[in-house]
Design a protein around this ligand. Sequence first.
Ligand SMILES: Nc1ncnc2c1ncn2[C@@H]1O[C@H](COP(=O)(O)OP(=O)(O)OP(=O)(O)O)[C@@H](O)[C@H]1O
Length: 579
Amino acid sequence: MSELAALKALSKAKESEEKRIQERRRNLIVLILRHLADHGYTDTYERLCTESNLSLQKVDVADNVDLLRILQEFEESYELKFGKRPKVVRRLVEEVSSGGGGVRVRAASGGPRPAPINGAGQAGGASGSPASSAGGVPIGAAMARPPGAPGLEGPPISGALAAKQRRDAGAAAAAVGEVGRKAELLERRQAAMNSVKPPPEVGMQRIAGVQVDGRGGVLAGMSREDVAAAQLQGLCVAGQAAPIAASRAAAAGNGSDSDSDPDNFFERRVLKPLPPQLQGELRELGAAITRDIFTDSPNVRWEDIAGLDSAKRLIKEAVVMPIKYPQLFTGLLAPWKGVLLYGPPGTGKTLLAKAVATECRTTFFNISASSIISKWRGDSEKLVRVLFELARYHAPSTVFLDEIDALMAARGGEGEHEASRRMKTELLIQMDGLARGGELVFVLAATNLPWELDMALLRRLEKRILVPLPNTAARRAMFATLLVGRCAPDVSPDMLAERTEGYSGSDVAVVAKEAAMRPLRRLMSKLELDGPVDPNIKVELGPVTVEDARAALEVTKPSARLHEDKYRKFNDDYGQLAT
Ligand SMILES: Nc1ncnc2c1ncn2[C@@H]1O[C@H](COP(=O)(O)OP(=O)(O)OP(=O)(O)O)[C@@H](O)[C@H]1O
């Protein structure tokens, strides 16, 4: 072949390769458009049409092709080739735990992404399988540089595309900056923590991302800011959810609690967009309800809840098993549609609901009656209708109605508002609809005042479970978990459990917090008295002593004894005991 012919052939080959790349790009946009349209992401669809100048009115994907199928086929062929499933999505921030050094957070290296295929059809950077792209470019540099910018090979990009890529790169750089800042903060705390050694007899544990000794912490060398930060991280039990996160991390000893994961992406639930039939005002209500759906796991596991075994069993029976084995739950054995949890305040009713949201892969609607009343007074009837419509649309779903007594006091009472009466009737209608419909929608309601509930509602909440004050064994288990590694040898969970008869679970948490605070208070007053913190002086957070435990019990009285007789009577008439 003459040189001229060879040159021509080469140029033709290049041209057709470029054409193929253009075609692949266009096809990808069409696939995405089809995916967005099929799954109802209409706003995003419109925007992509405008940005790409393509629309499904002009072209569409061929039969039997769609993005999910392509992804599935990629996964299968990858698995065949490499013997494992591909990692399609990766974390941009990940936890790295190092031996005794606690948990550090760093930006994932991940290395350069598989390089874009350049105009000549060659990998323009890292080579090999996607899985082999480890190490390499510093993350800031790799992420902040727009593809196609100097330093990364790739086909030329149009002005508009370049501008968009620059915007994306700016966002990525900001994200990296944020990651960097978080990592830096944690590194700093870690350095302060690491500058002290634990007493030899005490094992190291990590609690919610910071390292503490077995008795609850050695804080020498820390600034006040760091001490406060450590407090917030769970050292001194902030708020009500903290005891569980902190104690679980402590009990597990691996620090990998997902509360400390700055990006809970892999636990996050992807919601479908609002159904198209919701329009106008109903759409707004739908959007408001969607905001109350738990998309992040509340991170409460069944085993975090002490006792209450029969409540757990019943809830699993109603929510978990019918999803796993639908063929078994038919006819007479159709799943329970409604369960009422009732009992004194602070006994774990909300905790049980959170465990459902964490452990059961259902869409979880977390609706507090007081918020319905205060926010949606006039519209509450419509709200209830939209709520159940969404629950069916997102099925399998759990609708948790907390403080249901505020919503469903007996109808026809004196001064009952017309709107409230209509809302109650709507709730009953919707619950009847659940019993008839085939969707897996389950209502979990909770109240402290079951005797105030409307009888018609009670009938629809087929299972009514008393969540009582914890017995000695349950209190013992709670103290053991909450105070793990914090107590002097002569302070035992048994002793605390014996002395807290009549305390609710939340009272027990308060006693534990109060007891654990005392050594911290002693340390704080030292820090305050001694002026600036000298990093060379060891300041030890001592254990909880018998004296601390006694004082904590003295200042924390049981709060939930009220109505004991009424619960017993209601339970005799309508309920079932959860022990
Ligand atoms: N069985 C339990 N196991 C572990 N912790 C518990 C238990 N019961 C209560 N607690 C503790 O008490 C706190 C409050 O519990 P929760 O909010 O579930 O109570 P509740 O019954 O919903 O109260 P209320 O009726 O006032 O809303 C929890 O965050 C937890 O710290």
